[in-house]
Design a protein. Sequence first.
Length: 318
Amino acid sequence: MTEPVLVRYGELKPCRSAFIDAHTPGSEQKENFTIIGAGVAESPDQHVHIKATPGFNIGAAGQPPKCVNSLHYHNSAEVFFILRGKWRFFWGLNGDAGEVILQEGDLISMPTRIFRGFENVGTDYGMIMAILGGDDAGGGVIWAPQVLKNALAHGLVLSEKGVLYDTKKGETLPIGEQPMPPLTPKQLADIVELPVESLIPQYVARYWDMVALAKHKPCQVIGETALIKDKPGFVVELLVRTSISQQAYQSAKDEVLMVMRGHWKLTWGHDQLVLNPGDTCWVPAHLSHSLEVCVSGEASLYRVTGTDDGAGLTWQGE
């Protein structure tokens, strides 16, 4: 790749059959989007906009009010920011260990190997953007046992290879292949259930706090010395109008620009692109480029840059 690749928000292609809970009442209306990388979708129907990865994956979830994404965990970072709407994130094996309400622009980095789910608690269709650590997005999704059980009751079965089969359509597991086994009691006993007073201060960043910190320079949101201290294989920054110099720069690693508010002009060489809210743009490493805000008013974007840190379990510091 020698120049930026842009995926427009209005051109995102959803999939309603991406995961095991696609038929489960309360979750059947959710839409999954895979923007960069293969992501973690379990259905071959999932459209992938950019198949290569910069060391992490970018995706999104769109849900109408009261629609729930079922309890699951990953073995690498799962970071969300709220693009549109009001969302409730909850965690624990039964989803009752804690919860937090996030508004537009807020960001949460869910620790690895902790069951988590999320629900649109707003009044309109909502959209959250996701960053998943690693080229293989942590190896897929590990579902809470009750999610697998409920899905089977509504016609969906997940194979041991992570492929989804719909028995309502007459699909069956290939000969010799078994259903995905649920976690054992011992494995479940090892799952950490962080209390609210521990998870929220360490892993949640509020939008207007970040905007204030980004007044003179980009706000370091996720990184070794950032607001959320982690080394997931990427760093995350929030940029606003006053935190950019408009001078050309280049990064030794690929970066992805994800616009939250406003219209941003990306310039490289003699070429330009205007990035709008919800757009996702991959900028290749070593490309000299600059950013500026096109019009007056609120403007912010998240910049995700790859690092040499291996994607994996949540960093506990040194």
